[in-house]
Design a protein around this ligand. Sequence first.
Ligand code: CP
Ligand code: NVA
Length: 309
Amino acid sequence: MKALKHKDLISILDLTVEEIQEILSLAATLKQRLAKNMHFTPLAGKTLAMIFEKPSLRTRVTFETGMTQLGGHAIFLGPSEISLGVRESVADAARNLERWVNGIMARTFSHQTVVDLAREASIPVINGLTDRLHPCQVLSDCLTVQEKLGLLSGVKVAFLGDGNNVAHSWINAAARLGMNLSIACPPGYEPLSEIVREGQTAADSTILVTNEVAEALDGADVVYTDVWTSMGQENEAEKRRTAFAPYQLNKAALALARPNALVMHCLPAHRNEEITDDVIDGPQSIVYDQAENRLHVQKAILTLLMGEQ
Ligand code: CP
Ligand code: NVA
């Protein structure tokens, strides 16, 4: 799809419905090809710079492995390597990188850093998580739900916990793809009102924010949670454990959703905080399928943004 070539992926709202469908469909194809050991190397000779201001298992390994499988190469730039905005400005880093590599994936604290990188660099910039959004995660989750339920539009997703980056990207995805989304958060931890309003305006479906767990879970086909203390918020951990305790995804909570509702978590999980062992390891959990799909969806994104199609 030409429309995606050289584009940035900062938010799911940067994508049209057709572009999201193209990503999910190519991801499914690439997943099948990989299972059959069929090589597909559209990024031969291309390099992705991966900037990480925060730790990562899934994002780092799936982007790096994805680039290798696509015939290209990825370079890991951790916090001590480039110190964006400290050792040199974001703009200067962007203007150097664009002379050498073909794309940038960045995980940053401030969302503005990724926005600035995208503005300054002439090559595609992909958001690998900021304090505001985690689009690659939720696009991968959408493929996983589609695989399990056969559709996305009309599916009810309940999100329990922090109205943070992952919840924000779910709001964007629901607005684009027609999922009904109910987010249950403790008072004071709701998603940003501007993101909720923007989602509700764009959506044909229902996007609801509540403090009531039972209201969010009622009729849910999918129950999703995320850590209570995100990267960078470690000094709030104690306060958050108290505030979020009623929002734990445990067996009693899961029983309030539809029978056989899917259990999802972006991982890493803080087991027995936001999700109990019996639920994350239980028969309804699809958390490792989600993690696997990061590879396939991001390979599709890399191909469409950086390939020569
Ligand atoms: N879900 C996710 O982004 O995992 P990492 O933080 O390990 O990359
Ligand atoms: N909300 C979590 C997601 C981790 C993938 C965080 O930002 O740490």
